[in-house]
Design a protein around this ligand. Sequence first.
Ligand code: FES
Ligand code: FES
Length: 175
Amino acid sequence: MPRSTRPRKTEVTGHKPAKTPVKLTVNGADHIIYVEPRRTLLDVLRKDLGLTGTKKGCDEGTCGACTVLLDGKPIYACMALAVECEEKSIETIENLGRDGQLHPVQRAFIEQDAFQCGFCTSGQIMSVKALLDVNPKPSIEEVKAALAGNLCRCGAYLKICKAALCAAKLLHQEG
Ligand code: FES
Ligand code: FES
């Protein structure tokens, strides 16, 4: 029988990696937090900063539920280390509403009934916001391309695309 080529298991020594101070700018506020270098931005947002609007779906970069904006661009927070995000601007769903009013993208999702369970919704909304920030009048193809990294297990894609176009109109009207 051939010998197994599987690498030997790494010895578990009980040693914990040292925490390092990181300055994260989240929704315009600076936070100095001590994190192990291996921790993801997603876990730090949810567990250390209590920003649970960003959801953990697959935790391996396939579903988009954890989408946040990093310097205005959508990223999977489960695939970014918190230490990599120092000196960058991080925006989460909690930053969208103002003075008790929902953001137009959020309102468009409600108007168009663009969800069922809602688990993917904050990620979808952040991807739509990132698109409309740079392209206020997208075509349906551009909407689909922008949402290609956001899966919806409930299959609400049609209404999600309609919501994105509706949000573009609302933003235009409200100037
Ligand atoms: S939780 Fe990050 S992509 Fe699924
Ligand atoms: S609304 Fe349920 S996963 Fe999208």
